[in-house]
Design a protein around this ligand. Sequence first.
Ligand code: MN
Ligand code: MN
Length: 300
Amino acid sequence: MFNQYNLEEIRDRARAAFIGMAIGDALGATVEFMTASEIASKYGTFRDIIGGGWLRLKPGQVTDDTEMALCIARAIVKNQAWSVEAVADNFAAWLKSRPVDCGDTCRKGIRAYLLNGQLESPPNEWDAGNGAAMRILPAVLFSLPDGELLKKYVLEQAHITHNNPVSDAACLCLGELLHMALCGAGKNRMNRHVDGLVARFPTFTFVPYRGLATGYVVDTMQTVLHWFFRGRSFEECLVGTVNQGGDADTTGAICGMMAGAYYGMDAIPKRWMKKVDGKVIAEIEIMVERLITASPVWRG
Ligand code: MN
Ligand code: MN
């Protein structure tokens, strides 16, 4: 049957998005919580995956950003369907496994699930961290290209830990941008889509860029959008992003998914590809294949 989408191209972009996320996480973690000027005086321009950082990581080790995304991916693949309970179960098992890092809001939400089976955190105006946005990619891939499914999956996984209108807006905008990039949209179209987010939530304005890269989802989105639209390659987008410091593993992970989806596998530097934990890459390859082939775009 005729399919308007180029499935091989989508598969390539989806792999690059997920691997790009892990690369951004592993790269940025070294400089997480440093300021841009501290990074500049220590490294000049920071551009290699070397581990270390405040978490004392091995070179190529990923953190909670990639691990929580894999929790969501495994839940979908195992059930061959969306189940927010399965996602929460995987988050809970992950938290019990003593992960290398876990954000406070994520920990609080997962504990509430463990204690009372709470799948939706109560609305909270303060929980506008980037912890729900950083892990959305499996929901984005499994819903492709259906905007309604995207909204359901992205927000249900978010609300396990973060129930906040600004976090929700960031998650949805990011998910929509990823759908666009995966289907081959250009940056001009994507930029016009961001204009819609900024019109509804002026706080997301990233021109002029203020240079804040904290874990507040507004700062995170401004940093990612600034460097994604400004960069001329996968590498430039990521190097610009993580050199802002702050929550650099998470801004790196989010920019990595965007730039991966946009530029595809050929644009990913081999030196980064080789450095990231091989077990993580191998699992990502399997998960992406299963998520994509179970998505509406594949079924036509
Ligand atoms: Mn992290
Ligand atoms: Mn982080």
